[in-house]
Design a protein around this ligand. Structure first.
Ligand SMILES: NC(=O)c1ccc[n+]([C@@H]2O[C@H](COP(=O)([O-])OP(=O)(O)OC[C@H]3O[C@@H](n4cnc5c(N)ncnc54)[C@H](O)[C@@H]3O)[C@@H](O)[C@H]2O)c1
Ligand SMILES: [Zn+2]
Length: 359
Protein backbone atom coordinates (compact mmCIF):
# COMPACT_ATOMS: atom_id res chain seq x y z
CA UNK A 1 0.00 0.00 0.00
CA UNK A 2 1.69 3.23 -1.10
CA UNK A 3 1.68 5.88 1.59
CA UNK A 4 3.37 9.27 1.49
CA UNK A 5 4.19 11.58 4.34
CA UNK A 6 3.62 15.30 4.27
CA UNK A 7 5.70 16.96 6.94
CA UNK A 8 5.30 20.68 7.52
CA UNK A 9 6.59 22.60 10.55
CA UNK A 10 3.26 22.16 12.38
CA UNK A 11 1.92 18.90 10.99
CA UNK A 12 2.86 15.47 9.81
CA UNK A 13 0.33 13.29 8.05
CA UNK A 14 -0.03 10.38 5.67
CA UNK A 15 -1.57 10.27 2.20
CA UNK A 16 -2.62 6.68 1.71
CA UNK A 17 -3.42 5.11 -1.67
CA UNK A 18 -5.43 1.96 -1.14
CA UNK A 19 -8.34 0.18 -2.81
CA UNK A 20 -11.32 0.18 -0.48
CA UNK A 21 -9.86 2.72 1.94
CA UNK A 22 -13.11 4.70 1.99
CA UNK A 23 -14.55 1.76 3.91
CA UNK A 24 -11.83 2.12 6.54
CA UNK A 25 -12.07 5.78 7.45
CA UNK A 26 -12.81 4.84 11.04
CA UNK A 27 -9.25 3.58 11.48
CA UNK A 28 -7.90 7.05 10.89
CA UNK A 29 -10.09 8.71 13.51
CA UNK A 30 -8.86 8.73 17.10
CA UNK A 31 -10.94 6.55 19.45
CA UNK A 32 -12.30 9.51 21.33
CA UNK A 33 -13.70 12.18 19.07
CA UNK A 34 -16.90 14.19 19.14
CA UNK A 35 -19.42 14.21 16.33
CA UNK A 36 -18.04 13.54 12.87
CA UNK A 37 -19.34 15.66 9.98
CA UNK A 38 -19.05 14.29 6.48
CA UNK A 39 -19.19 17.12 3.95
CA UNK A 40 -20.10 15.83 0.50
CA UNK A 41 -22.30 16.29 -2.56
CA UNK A 42 -25.42 14.26 -3.21
CA UNK A 43 -24.00 12.59 -6.34
CA UNK A 44 -20.87 11.36 -4.57
CA UNK A 45 -22.83 10.23 -1.52
CA UNK A 46 -25.29 8.28 -3.67
CA UNK A 47 -22.43 6.56 -5.50
CA UNK A 48 -20.02 5.79 -2.68
CA UNK A 49 -21.56 6.96 0.60
CA UNK A 50 -22.70 3.57 1.81
CA UNK A 51 -19.14 2.31 1.98
CA UNK A 52 -18.00 5.30 3.97
CA UNK A 53 -21.06 5.14 6.22
CA UNK A 54 -20.35 1.46 6.94
CA UNK A 55 -17.03 2.41 8.51
CA UNK A 56 -18.65 5.03 10.74
CA UNK A 57 -21.32 2.81 12.31
CA UNK A 58 -19.73 3.05 15.75
CA UNK A 59 -19.45 6.82 15.62
CA UNK A 60 -21.98 9.59 15.92
CA UNK A 61 -21.87 11.32 12.59
CA UNK A 62 -23.91 13.57 10.32
CA UNK A 63 -23.80 13.92 6.56
CA UNK A 64 -23.85 17.53 5.35
CA UNK A 65 -24.65 18.12 1.70
CA UNK A 66 -23.13 20.89 -0.33
CA UNK A 67 -24.72 21.63 -3.73
CA UNK A 68 -21.36 21.48 -5.56
CA UNK A 69 -20.26 23.68 -8.45
CA UNK A 70 -17.71 26.47 -8.58
CA UNK A 71 -20.46 29.12 -8.27
CA UNK A 72 -21.43 27.67 -4.86
CA UNK A 73 -17.88 27.49 -3.50
CA UNK A 74 -18.57 30.65 -1.52
CA UNK A 75 -18.34 31.90 2.03
CA UNK A 76 -22.14 31.73 2.34
CA UNK A 77 -21.99 27.95 1.90
CA UNK A 78 -19.37 27.64 4.65
CA UNK A 79 -21.53 29.65 7.02
CA UNK A 80 -24.56 27.54 6.18
CA UNK A 81 -22.67 24.31 6.88
CA UNK A 82 -21.26 25.72 10.13
CA UNK A 83 -24.79 26.55 11.30
CA UNK A 84 -25.83 22.98 10.52
CA UNK A 85 -22.87 21.68 12.51
CA UNK A 86 -23.85 23.69 15.58
CA UNK A 87 -27.49 22.65 15.24
CA UNK A 88 -26.42 18.99 15.11
CA UNK A 89 -24.30 19.29 18.26
CA UNK A 90 -20.93 20.15 16.76
CA UNK A 91 -18.32 21.49 19.16
CA UNK A 92 -14.55 21.74 19.55
CA UNK A 93 -14.22 17.97 19.65
CA UNK A 94 -15.90 17.59 16.24
CA UNK A 95 -14.08 16.25 13.18
CA UNK A 96 -14.78 16.93 9.52
CA UNK A 97 -14.42 14.51 6.62
CA UNK A 98 -14.21 16.10 3.17
CA UNK A 99 -15.67 13.54 0.76
CA UNK A 100 -15.82 14.64 -2.87
CA UNK A 101 -14.00 16.46 -5.64
CA UNK A 102 -11.69 19.44 -5.23
CA UNK A 103 -14.57 21.82 -4.70
CA UNK A 104 -15.69 19.83 -1.67
CA UNK A 105 -12.18 19.33 -0.27
CA UNK A 106 -11.44 23.08 -0.63
CA UNK A 107 -14.71 24.08 1.02
CA UNK A 108 -14.74 21.40 3.74
CA UNK A 109 -11.10 22.25 4.49
CA UNK A 110 -11.95 25.88 5.03
CA UNK A 111 -14.98 24.95 7.11
CA UNK A 112 -12.73 22.81 9.34
CA UNK A 113 -10.11 25.57 9.48
CA UNK A 114 -12.61 28.05 10.85
CA UNK A 115 -15.21 26.05 12.79
CA UNK A 116 -14.58 26.79 16.49
CA UNK A 117 -11.29 28.33 15.27
CA UNK A 118 -10.23 25.04 13.77
CA UNK A 119 -11.11 21.35 14.03
CA UNK A 120 -9.31 18.43 12.33
CA UNK A 121 -10.23 17.19 8.88
CA UNK A 122 -9.65 13.94 7.05
CA UNK A 123 -9.70 14.44 3.30
CA UNK A 124 -11.23 11.67 1.20
CA UNK A 125 -10.92 13.03 -2.35
CA UNK A 126 -12.98 11.32 -5.04
CA UNK A 127 -11.91 12.92 -8.35
CA UNK A 128 -8.50 12.30 -9.85
CA UNK A 129 -7.76 16.03 -9.64
CA UNK A 130 -8.55 16.10 -5.94
CA UNK A 131 -6.64 12.88 -5.27
CA UNK A 132 -3.41 14.09 -6.86
CA UNK A 133 -3.71 17.77 -6.09
CA UNK A 134 -6.53 19.56 -4.25
CA UNK A 135 -6.99 17.05 -1.42
CA UNK A 136 -3.47 17.34 -0.08
CA UNK A 137 -1.28 20.29 0.72
CA UNK A 138 -3.52 22.20 3.11
CA UNK A 139 -4.68 25.00 0.82
CA UNK A 140 -8.36 25.54 1.52
CA UNK A 141 -10.78 28.27 0.60
CA UNK A 142 -13.65 29.69 -1.37
CA UNK A 143 -14.19 32.05 -4.30
CA UNK A 144 -14.95 35.77 -4.15
CA UNK A 145 -16.93 37.57 -6.86
CA UNK A 146 -13.64 39.06 -7.99
CA UNK A 147 -11.68 35.87 -8.25
CA UNK A 148 -11.20 32.21 -7.52
CA UNK A 149 -9.82 30.95 -4.22
CA UNK A 150 -9.18 34.45 -2.91
CA UNK A 151 -10.54 33.73 0.57
CA UNK A 152 -9.19 30.88 2.63
CA UNK A 153 -6.64 29.45 5.00
CA UNK A 154 -3.87 26.91 5.22
CA UNK A 155 -5.25 23.96 7.15
CA UNK A 156 -3.36 20.69 6.81
CA UNK A 157 -5.50 17.56 7.05
CA UNK A 158 -5.02 14.83 9.64
CA UNK A 159 -4.85 12.26 6.83
CA UNK A 160 -5.63 11.97 3.11
CA UNK A 161 -7.30 8.75 2.02
CA UNK A 162 -7.17 8.01 -1.71
CA UNK A 163 -9.29 5.13 -2.97
CA UNK A 164 -8.59 4.32 -6.64
CA UNK A 165 -11.89 2.41 -6.88
CA UNK A 166 -14.03 5.54 -6.69
CA UNK A 167 -12.55 6.73 -9.99
CA UNK A 168 -14.50 4.08 -11.89
CA UNK A 169 -17.65 6.23 -11.62
CA UNK A 170 -15.92 9.45 -12.65
CA UNK A 171 -16.96 10.85 -16.07
CA UNK A 172 -14.17 10.33 -18.63
CA UNK A 173 -13.74 14.06 -19.20
CA UNK A 174 -13.20 14.68 -15.47
CA UNK A 175 -10.67 11.86 -15.37
CA UNK A 176 -8.72 13.30 -18.30
CA UNK A 177 -8.80 16.74 -16.69
CA UNK A 178 -7.09 15.21 -13.65
CA UNK A 179 -4.53 13.50 -15.87
CA UNK A 180 -3.27 16.88 -17.05
CA UNK A 181 -2.21 17.63 -13.47
CA UNK A 182 -0.44 14.27 -13.46
CA UNK A 183 1.37 15.25 -16.69
CA UNK A 184 2.29 18.48 -14.89
CA UNK A 185 3.91 16.49 -12.09
CA UNK A 186 5.96 14.60 -14.66
CA UNK A 187 7.15 17.78 -16.38
CA UNK A 188 8.11 19.59 -13.19
CA UNK A 189 9.82 16.78 -11.33
CA UNK A 190 9.69 13.25 -12.71
CA UNK A 191 10.89 12.28 -16.20
CA UNK A 192 10.11 8.62 -15.44
CA UNK A 193 6.43 9.38 -14.72
CA UNK A 194 6.34 11.40 -17.95
CA UNK A 195 7.69 8.39 -19.87
CA UNK A 196 5.12 6.04 -18.36
CA UNK A 197 2.37 8.42 -19.49
CA UNK A 198 3.95 8.51 -22.96
CA UNK A 199 4.33 4.76 -23.25
CA UNK A 200 1.04 3.55 -21.81
CA UNK A 201 -1.72 6.00 -22.75
CA UNK A 202 -4.27 3.28 -23.46
CA UNK A 203 -3.77 1.60 -20.10
CA UNK A 204 -3.77 4.93 -18.27
CA UNK A 205 -7.00 5.98 -19.99
CA UNK A 206 -8.57 2.60 -19.24
CA UNK A 207 -7.80 3.03 -15.51
CA UNK A 208 -5.46 0.05 -15.48
CA UNK A 209 -5.18 -0.87 -11.82
CA UNK A 210 -1.42 -1.21 -11.59
CA UNK A 211 -0.58 1.92 -13.57
CA UNK A 212 -3.19 3.94 -11.75
CA UNK A 213 -2.02 2.97 -8.28
CA UNK A 214 1.73 2.77 -8.84
CA UNK A 215 2.22 5.73 -11.14
CA UNK A 216 -0.73 8.00 -11.83
CA UNK A 217 -1.69 8.27 -8.15
CA UNK A 218 1.42 7.22 -6.24
CA UNK A 219 4.00 9.20 -8.23
CA UNK A 220 1.84 12.30 -8.32
CA UNK A 221 1.04 12.21 -4.62
CA UNK A 222 4.68 11.54 -3.76
CA UNK A 223 5.74 14.59 -5.77
CA UNK A 224 3.11 16.88 -4.29
CA UNK A 225 3.87 15.57 -0.77
CA UNK A 226 7.60 16.24 -1.26
CA UNK A 227 7.07 19.75 -2.57
CA UNK A 228 4.58 20.73 0.14
CA UNK A 229 6.83 19.25 2.84
CA UNK A 230 9.73 21.38 1.71
CA UNK A 231 7.69 24.52 1.19
CA UNK A 232 4.24 24.67 2.77
CA UNK A 233 3.43 28.32 2.09
CA UNK A 234 4.36 28.82 -1.52
CA UNK A 235 7.87 30.15 -1.55
CA UNK A 236 9.83 29.37 -4.69
CA UNK A 237 9.64 25.58 -4.54
CA UNK A 238 5.87 25.24 -4.11
CA UNK A 239 5.42 27.62 -7.02
CA UNK A 240 6.65 24.92 -9.40
CA UNK A 241 3.25 23.26 -8.88
CA UNK A 242 1.84 26.23 -10.78
CA UNK A 243 3.38 25.08 -14.07
CA UNK A 244 0.72 25.85 -16.70
CA UNK A 245 -1.42 27.65 -14.14
CA UNK A 246 -0.53 31.27 -14.86
CA UNK A 247 -1.78 30.90 -18.44
CA UNK A 248 -4.47 28.45 -17.34
CA UNK A 249 -5.99 30.86 -14.82
CA UNK A 250 -6.07 33.59 -17.48
CA UNK A 251 -7.96 31.24 -19.76
CA UNK A 252 -10.41 30.19 -17.03
CA UNK A 253 -11.17 33.81 -16.21
CA UNK A 254 -11.51 34.77 -19.88
CA UNK A 255 -14.02 31.96 -20.45
CA UNK A 256 -15.87 32.78 -17.18
CA UNK A 257 -15.09 29.33 -15.76
CA UNK A 258 -17.77 27.90 -18.04
CA UNK A 259 -16.13 26.35 -21.05
CA UNK A 260 -13.24 24.40 -19.62
CA UNK A 261 -12.58 22.24 -16.61
CA UNK A 262 -9.68 23.40 -14.46
CA UNK A 263 -7.43 20.60 -15.70
CA UNK A 264 -8.24 21.44 -19.32
CA UNK A 265 -7.29 25.08 -18.76
CA UNK A 266 -4.05 23.84 -17.22
CA UNK A 267 -3.44 21.71 -20.31
CA UNK A 268 -3.70 24.83 -22.45
CA UNK A 269 -1.49 26.65 -19.95
CA UNK A 270 1.15 23.95 -20.09
CA UNK A 271 1.16 24.23 -23.87
CA UNK A 272 1.71 27.98 -23.62
CA UNK A 273 4.41 27.57 -20.96
CA UNK A 274 6.13 24.94 -23.10
CA UNK A 275 6.12 27.18 -26.18
CA UNK A 276 7.43 30.09 -24.11
CA UNK A 277 10.19 27.90 -22.64
CA UNK A 278 11.19 26.91 -26.17
CA UNK A 279 10.99 30.47 -27.54
CA UNK A 280 13.25 31.69 -24.73
CA UNK A 281 15.77 28.99 -25.61
CA UNK A 282 15.40 27.27 -22.23
CA UNK A 283 13.88 24.01 -23.46
CA UNK A 284 15.22 21.88 -26.34
CA UNK A 285 12.75 21.59 -29.28
CA UNK A 286 12.67 17.83 -28.89
CA UNK A 287 11.43 18.05 -25.28
CA UNK A 288 8.91 20.77 -26.15
CA UNK A 289 7.49 18.56 -28.90
CA UNK A 290 7.16 15.64 -26.46
CA UNK A 291 5.23 17.75 -23.94
CA UNK A 292 2.86 19.14 -26.57
CA UNK A 293 2.32 15.65 -27.99
CA UNK A 294 1.62 14.13 -24.57
CA UNK A 295 -1.01 16.79 -23.86
CA UNK A 296 -2.57 16.08 -27.25
CA UNK A 297 -2.59 12.34 -26.56
CA UNK A 298 -4.71 12.80 -23.44
CA UNK A 299 -7.01 15.30 -25.15
CA UNK A 300 -8.92 16.76 -26.71
CA UNK A 301 -9.35 19.99 -24.82
CA UNK A 302 -12.27 22.16 -25.98
CA UNK A 303 -11.51 24.39 -28.95
CA UNK A 304 -10.56 27.94 -27.96
CA UNK A 305 -9.46 29.37 -31.30
CA UNK A 306 -12.07 32.13 -31.05
CA UNK A 307 -10.37 33.73 -28.03
CA UNK A 308 -8.43 36.98 -28.21
CA UNK A 309 -4.73 36.70 -27.49
CA UNK A 310 -4.68 40.32 -26.28
CA UNK A 311 -7.39 39.63 -23.73
CA UNK A 312 -5.50 36.61 -22.42
CA UNK A 313 -2.33 38.67 -22.10
CA UNK A 314 -4.09 41.35 -20.07
CA UNK A 315 -5.66 38.67 -17.86
CA UNK A 316 -2.18 37.36 -17.08
CA UNK A 317 -1.32 40.61 -15.39
CA UNK A 318 -4.30 40.24 -13.08
CA UNK A 319 -3.29 36.81 -11.81
CA UNK A 320 -3.11 36.71 -8.02
CA UNK A 321 0.38 35.25 -8.28
CA UNK A 322 1.53 38.44 -10.00
CA UNK A 323 3.96 39.99 -7.58
CA UNK A 324 4.45 43.77 -7.73
CA UNK A 325 3.27 43.91 -11.31
CA UNK A 326 5.60 41.17 -12.53
CA UNK A 327 4.20 37.97 -13.95
CA UNK A 328 6.17 34.98 -12.71
CA UNK A 329 6.25 32.09 -15.16
CA UNK A 330 7.14 28.54 -14.30
CA UNK A 331 9.07 27.34 -17.35
CA UNK A 332 10.59 24.01 -18.26
CA UNK A 333 14.30 23.55 -18.96
CA UNK A 334 13.96 19.83 -19.58
CA UNK A 335 11.38 17.15 -18.90
CA UNK A 336 11.45 16.71 -15.13
CA UNK A 337 12.81 20.15 -14.30
CA UNK A 338 11.42 23.69 -14.21
CA UNK A 339 12.50 27.14 -13.09
CA UNK A 340 10.80 30.45 -12.26
CA UNK A 341 11.29 33.23 -14.82
CA UNK A 342 10.30 36.77 -13.86
CA UNK A 343 10.99 38.89 -16.89
CA UNK A 344 9.83 37.12 -20.03
CA UNK A 345 9.75 39.27 -23.20
CA UNK A 346 6.08 40.29 -23.73
CA UNK A 347 6.39 39.69 -27.49
CA UNK A 348 7.37 36.08 -26.86
CA UNK A 349 4.61 35.65 -24.26
CA UNK A 350 2.13 36.82 -26.89
CA UNK A 351 3.55 34.42 -29.46
CA UNK A 352 3.50 31.48 -27.00
CA UNK A 353 -0.20 32.09 -26.28
CA UNK A 354 -0.93 32.30 -30.00
CA UNK A 355 0.79 28.97 -30.60
CA UNK A 356 -0.98 27.37 -27.62
CA UNK A 357 -4.41 28.46 -28.85
CA UNK A 358 -3.74 26.85 -32.20
CA UNK A 359 -2.86 23.54 -30.53
N1 LIG B 1 -6.52 23.33 -2.76
C1 LIG B 1 -5.75 23.06 -3.78
O1 LIG B 1 -4.53 22.93 -3.64
C2 LIG B 1 -6.38 22.88 -5.12
C3 LIG B 1 -5.61 22.37 -6.18
C4 LIG B 1 -6.23 22.17 -7.41
C5 LIG B 1 -7.58 22.46 -7.57
N2 LIG B 1 -8.30 22.94 -6.52
C6 LIG B 1 -9.73 23.23 -6.66
O2 LIG B 1 -10.40 22.04 -7.02
C7 LIG B 1 -11.63 22.39 -7.65
C8 LIG B 1 -11.88 21.45 -8.82
O3 LIG B 1 -12.00 20.14 -8.33
P1 LIG B 1 -12.51 18.94 -9.24
O4 LIG B 1 -11.89 19.01 -10.56
O5 LIG B 1 -12.35 17.72 -8.43
O6 LIG B 1 -14.05 19.31 -9.50
P2 LIG B 1 -15.38 19.02 -8.67
O7 LIG B 1 -15.13 19.01 -7.22
O8 LIG B 1 -16.42 19.95 -9.18
O9 LIG B 1 -15.78 17.54 -9.14
C9 LIG B 1 -16.18 17.34 -10.48
C10 LIG B 1 -17.54 16.65 -10.58
O10 LIG B 1 -17.40 15.26 -10.33
C11 LIG B 1 -18.31 14.81 -9.33
N3 LIG B 1 -17.65 13.68 -8.67
C12 LIG B 1 -16.72 13.71 -7.69
N4 LIG B 1 -16.26 12.48 -7.44
C13 LIG B 1 -16.91 11.63 -8.27
C14 LIG B 1 -16.85 10.23 -8.50
N5 LIG B 1 -15.99 9.47 -7.83
N6 LIG B 1 -17.68 9.70 -9.43
C15 LIG B 1 -18.53 10.49 -10.15
N7 LIG B 1 -18.61 11.82 -9.99
C16 LIG B 1 -17.80 12.39 -9.06
C17 LIG B 1 -18.53 16.05 -8.49
O11 LIG B 1 -19.70 15.99 -7.74
C18 LIG B 1 -18.56 17.13 -9.57
O12 LIG B 1 -19.83 17.17 -10.19
C19 LIG B 1 -11.51 23.83 -8.05
O13 LIG B 1 -12.39 24.60 -7.25
C20 LIG B 1 -10.05 24.18 -7.76
O14 LIG B 1 -9.91 25.52 -7.36
C21 LIG B 1 -7.71 23.16 -5.31
ZN1 LIG C 1 -4.37 22.88 -10.84
Amino acid sequence: MPSFTVETPQHRYECVVQRGVIGQVDRYLPTKVGRVFVVTTKDVWDLHGQQLAASLVDRSYSVLYFPGGEQNKRLAAVEELAEQMVAAGGDRSSWVIGFGGGIVTDLAGFLAASFMRGVPIIQVPTTLLAQVDAGLGGKTGVNLVNGKNLFGAFHQPHAVLVDPEVLSSLPAREYRAGLYEVIKHGVIRDARLFEVLEQEPDRVLALDQELLEQHVLADSIRIKAEVVSQDEREGDLRRILNFGHTFGHALEAETKYERLLHGEAVAFGMRAATHLSELLGLLPNKDAARIVELIRRYGPIPNIEDLSVDNLVSRLKQDKKTIQGMVHFVLADKIGSVRIVKDADPVLVQRAIQQAILG
